[in-house]
Design a protein around this ligand. Structure first.
Ligand code: NIG
Ligand code: ZN
Length: 407
């Protein structure tokens, strides 16, 4: 890779690669050239480079891959949060409050808000970020949300099927989501999602949305089983969705269906047919006082899981992936390695970005190996274990995104 400046990061106390071999290297080094990783190995054998960064014995891991967020919004729902903390339960209806504020905001205001949220995420180690639409809920405002999101984040998901607006017939609205609204957002999005839940979209309506979006060439995901058992997980698996997100209330049959979706996947080689990733959103679960998603049981059953922050003003107003990892270890009984993997490789798997091509530049994200995108997170700590051992302490020392130092 001539023509690119190289940077050697040496003296890494713990390099948690999250690669296919799950390697965790001690006293390691890593070389970045342009946007890619060009070398990984023992510090003592590191090649010379243009620039040297001394990691001083601290830990390096892949940048977080946050595969679920709702960043295109205006307004605030503090009052709803306070009511919930006082005992009221969460319902999808709050989405309408944010929709009102979002429609009233100018393009410039929405852009400023989303850019600020992205910067906040990056400052905490996030290097690859998805956002959904879903607070526009009419053709014009969904298209506007998708356009603004496309300029700000790595992956955009169409979530016109977030809530049926008040006063609109649910079947007519579903027609709109599957027709003119889909056409209007299509240039800006590569994924589609549906909130399949009591108070949002029924199984039949969700099926129609998924079918139309699949025919439009979009990858699929589903918000499912957040507030109670329901058809979301089974529908996601049936449609071959890349992920089903929330997964708080799962029957044995749901877990089996998710596990079954991974039987064609060779996890050691990272090849075969991808199943449906179960994306757990622990910050959301705490804020809505729902039972934490059963991440331990899902992993034990052979399901690939992701952890995501689900930043949104209603259920999870945080972009802290570290908080999610900490919670997954302390409360969901994942090991530190499993939790970090779910927040890096798992997120990449949910976005179809876990493998890549070193030649054409569609590089893998979410794990550290030669040829992968140089998305790195240097901690102010000697090991990733400190993420759980020192909860709440800001441990981000430096961040590289596609080889550029951004923090
Ligand atoms: N559950 C559905 N959608 C969002 C919350 C939306 C809101 O309440 O504003 C979520 O992922 O939690
Ligand atoms: Zn969501």
């Amino acid at each position: 890779m001539t023509g690119h400046t190289s940077t050697l990061i040496g003296n890494i106390g713990e390099l948690m690669t999250q690669d296919l071999e799950h390697r965790v290297l001690k006293d390691a080094a890593l070389v970045l050239e342009g946007e890619r990783i060009s070398w990984i190995g023992p510090s003592a054998e590191a090649p010379a480079a243009d620039t040297f960064v001394d990691a001083a014995g601290q830990a390096v891991l892949p940048g977080w891959v946050d595969s679920h967020s709702h960043l295109i919004f205006a307004g605030d729902r503090t009052a709803e949060f306070e009511a919930r903390m006082a005992g009221q339960s969460y319902s999808a209806g709050g989405i309408a409050v944010t929709t009102g504020a979002t429609r009233a905001a100018s393009d410039d205001e929405l852009t400023r808000l989303v850019d600020g949220r992205v910067a906040e995420a990056v400052s905490q180690g996030t290097t690859y970020l998805e956002s959904k639409t879903g607070y526009g809920l009419d053709v014009e405002n969904e298209a506007r949300s998708a356009r603004i999101a496309a300029a700000a984040v790595d992956e955009v998901t169409y979530l016109g099927a977030h809530l049926v607006p008040a006063g609109v017939d649910a079947e007519e609205y579903t027609d709109l989501v599957c027709g003119p609204m889909l056409d209007a957002v299509r240039p800006y999005v590569s994924w589609a999602d549906v909130f399949c839940e009591r108070g949002a979209f029924t199984e039949e309506q969700s099926r129609r949305v998924l079918q139309a979006c699949r025919e439009a060439g979009l990858g699929l995901r589903v918000h499912g089983n957040q507030l109670g058992e329901g058809p979301g997980v089974q529908l996601a698996v049936e449609f071959g969705a890349a992920s089903v997100d929330h997964v708080n209330y799962l029957s044995d049959a749901d877990i089996q269906a998710l596990a079954g979706s991974w039987t064609g996947w060779d996890a050691e080689a990272g090849t075969g047919s991808r199943g449906t990733v179960a994306t757990c959103l622990p910050a959301c679960d705490l804020s809505t006082r729902q039972p934490l998603a059963p991440g331990r049981a899902l992993i034990d059953a052979g399901v690939q899981i992701a952890l995501a922050a689900n930043c949104n003003p209603g259920t999870s107003y945080t972009s802290s992936m570290a908080f999610c990892v900490t919670t997954a270890v302390l409360q969901m009984h994942l090991s530190v390695h499993e939790a970090v993997r779910a927040a890096t490789y798992g997120g990449a798997l949910a976005l179809g970005r876990e493998s890549g091509n070193d030649v054409d530049g569609e590089r893998a994200v979410g794990s550290l190996a030669v040829g992968h995108r140089a998305d790195l997170h240097l901690l102010k700590a000697p090991s990733a274990t400190h993420l759980a051992y020192r909860p709440g302490i800001p441990l981000t020392q430096a961040v590289w995104r596609a080889g550029q130092k951004v923090v």
